[in-house]
Design a protein around this ligand. Structure first.
Ligand code: PEP
Ligand code: CO
Length: 453
């Protein structure tokens, strides 16, 4: 049950955050059901330990100093049906392969953050969806309602928050087991490449890199260097802190320090649609001790950026604040410099991460929401160019990806055409890079990082 400290915190948070306007929240039809679901969540144990959040903050402080690089990736929207061993393992393989490419090819430490174990709530550009003349409430993620296009499926159900908690717990548990149990061992580099990806051009390139890495490991063993620490990795969880009923219920006092942490994930971010300075989401983020991200799109002004930093990181604490830029390939070179210059002039210590996905979405003639791999690459290039010209550190990438062989984004070295999108289009929200496209992107980023070193 709740400790007196947690009870006091919950009251304080609901008063402060609840007094402000919160965008993108569902209209739960039954208030008693919300109370019941929230009470259940408040009785649940934390999904992450506050000390892990602190460690991630230290890692991100290194990123803000230019000493490390963030790889953040996973689904646009996780689903309850997607909580399976195969699905989690394949996503993990993708992240591990990308991280190896970045670490080994570019010789930088990589901070690995999954967009997983909690990424269940989605903001929507329209509150309704119309298909063949039928209009229903929009799908807001499995934590709120069901993707199926029927009236009853789209009714917001607060008990889905409890299911999302359990789905996150199962995902995180399996991830921790894989990572701690030898799956992420660097000696396994070939095993991560043992499925369909191996025959693709990026898979072949990876295989060559893995062979060189094997040689390096053999050499280390031969000269008696202890390779024990290569048997595991640090992998953190993250999601958008969108659904406030859920996040507030999972915010707790850390018994070591007395400070509040959102224990639903290590890193949470505030999305482009809910980062209003006087809104509930920013107030919530300002009150928790986790490392925080905030998405910044092409309309963000330098003054707004500074106001975000003043609200979220008034102490200018290294590792606390990450700006996740999502400008669009055509805009990043014009929109980003003024923001970075403002941050520099005002002594911010934030990390900068490039989300090359959300500014590059368009609708294909088939009606599929998609992204061009070339645009994704171009935005990443623009991000590096801007940072290089200003002498600042391109701190990482934030991508929507899957471990499967889906056809959701067009292009790539094993190219997917617009008219082929229908063959394996499985996302319930935004289009993700498939496994080979993700690996290809990692090689490209490694080249960019290498040339910057
Ligand atoms: C997302 O990350 O899935 C998302 C909705 O991004 P943004 O807030 O940048 O639009
Ligand atoms: Co998305």
């Amino acid at each position: 049950m709740n400790s007196p400290e947690d009870l006091a915190l919950y009251t304080e948070l609901t008063d402060a955050v609840g007094a402000l306007e919160a965008g993108q929240q569902p209209e739960w039809p039954d208030p008693a059901a919300v109370q019941d679901a929230v009470a259940q969540l408040r009785a649940m144990p934390p999904l992450v330990f506050a000390g892990e959040c602190d460690l991630l903050r230290e890692r991100l402080a290194a990123v803000s100093r230019g000493e490390a690089f963030v790889l953040q990736g996973g689904d646009c929207a996780e689903t309850f049906a997607g909580v399976s061993a195969d699905n989690v393992r394949n996503k993990l393989k993708t992240l591990l392969q990308m991280a190896v490419v970045l670490t080994y090819a570019a010789s930088v430490p990589v901070v690995k953050i999954g967009r997983l174990a909690g990424q269940y709530a989605k903001p929507r550009s329209k509150p309704t969806e119309t298909r063949d003349g039928v209009t229903l409430p929009a799908f807001r993620g499995d934590i709120v309602n069901d993707f199926e296009f029927t009236e009853s499926a789209r009714v917001p159900d607060p008990h889905r928050m409890v299911r999302a908690y359990h789905a996150s717990a199962a995902t995180l548990n399996l991830t921790r087991a894989f990572v701690g149990g030898g799956f992420a061992d660097l000696h396994q580099v070939h095993a991560w490449n043992n499925d369909f990806v191996r025959t693709s051009p990026a898979g072949q390139r990876y295989e060559r890199l893995a062979r060189r890495l094997d040689q390096a490991l053999k050499f280390m063993r031969a000269i008696d260097v202890d390779t024990e620490q290569l048997r595991t990795v640090e992998l953190y969880s993250s999601h958008e802190a969108l659904l406030l009923d859920y996040e507030l219920a999972l915010t707790r006092i850390d018994s070591r320090t007395g400070a509040p942490y959102d224990v639903s994930g290590h890193f949470v971010w505030i999305g482009e649609r809910t980062r209003r300075l006087d809104g509930a989401h920013l107030e919530f983020a300002a009150r928790i001790r986790n490392p925080i991200g905030v998405k910044v799109g092409p309309t963000t002004t330098p003054d707004e950026l500074l106001a975000l930093a003043n609200k979220l990181d008034p102490e200018r604490e290294p590792g606390r604040l990450t700006f996740v830029t999502r400008m669009g390939a055509g805009k990043i070179r014009d929109a980003l410099p003024a923001l970075i210059q403002k941050a520099q002039a005002d002594g911010l210590v934030a990390s900068w991460i490039c989300d090359p996905m959300h500014g590059n979405t368009y609708e294909a003639p088939s009606g599929h929401k998609t992204r061009r791999f070339d645009d994704v690459v171009d935005e990443v290039r623009g991000f590096f160019e801007v940072h290089r010209s200003l002498g600042t550190h391109p701190g990482g990438i934030h991508v929507e990806l899957t471990g499967d062989d889906v056809t959701e984004c067009v292009g790539g070295g094993d190219p997917i055409a617009e008219d082929g999108l229908g063959s394996r289009y499985e996302t319930v929200c935004d289009p993700r890079l498939n496994r080979t496209q993700s690996l290809e992107l990692a090689f490209l980023v490694a080249e960019l990082l290498e040339s910057a070193n």
